[in-house]
Design a protein around this ligand. Sequence first.
Ligand code: ADP
Ligand code: MG
Length: 351
Amino acid sequence: KCGSTQNMAANIKVVVRVRPLNDRELQQNSRVVVDVVDDKMLVFDPKEEIRPFFYQGVQQPNKNFLKRANKELKFVFDNVCGQSATNNDVFETTTKDILTALMEGYNCSVFVYGATGAGKTFTMIGNAEHPGITYLTMEHLFYTINSYEKEREFDIGVSYIEVYNENVYDLLKPSNTPLQLREDAKYGVMVAGLTLNNIKTARELLNMLENGNKNRTQHPTDANAESSRSHAVFQVYVKMRYKTSSQLRLVKLSMIDLAGSERASATGCVGERFKEGANINKSLLSLGNCINKLADGSSYIPYRDSKLTRLLKDSLGGNCKTVMIANVSPAHISYEDTYNTLKYAARANKI
Ligand code: ADP
Ligand code: MG
């Protein structure tokens, strides 16, 4: 039963993905503040060698160069994916294993966490050339259920919703009316009025995800022209009927592209935008709180504190498998965001 705390250690996996520098960061010759040591360790804000610094061909004095002491902080995670890691590499180290657990009857959840621009949506959705882990996971799910077909019958339904300003909306059937959450004795937490889409192949999925993603609420802010302030939640409901016993079992896989973790104040938000920020922090904060409480072995987990944690109540906890993928940029300009994300991930990793 989810919500219990036994074996929590084995049930959460924390992976950090460092994206490559983008063109702008490359052009600016941006300092890299994340050094991936191996597939489990990285150093944040590593010590730099003193290298001659040229400007227009003339060597510049180094006097201000090393004024601030580098933090040189070592972090160890279940996995670290460096700049050259592909979405497929990330899939191999994150969600591939949890499909085995799903088939055994565990609810599973996968989160991508990080600041806007750190690579969350690229990891989760990707594009036609580099399909993200949602597509790769679904492809593998279809492959997996084929191998079980002699013993079980399957019925797969998917939904794609967003939590925005503590309201729930269907991304596949856009509407201004928020959907309500309900708790069902048999099926667990349900979104009332949400239609489950039957899909038969992973191919059908990519378009659906890309379209759904376009429906995510977007608001220009000072810092980001296209900032994602919503949490996108992709859920797969797998109904399996065992042919010999006719026993019916329902499991859920949730994949969540979390809103940007940067603080609202950093983007100069006021008024309505600020409220969005506060609500995003509320959901992110209560997700962090729930994970901490689970880790501490508390008997009371504050799932009811936010929409996101209420929605994931039956997919987050002792007997559920959780993967947290923390996305970071290696560029110096994202120093604070990267540091905060690594600290958040390290806290989850302690579990
Ligand atoms: P987020 O969803 O966290 O705001 P995005 O996934 O939209 O960030 O990534 C920001 C930009 O960086 C996008 O243009 C994306 O295509 C690119 N990007 C992110 N991660 C990678 C990666 N691993 N390899 C190549 N490009 C990436
Ligand atoms: Mg995004």
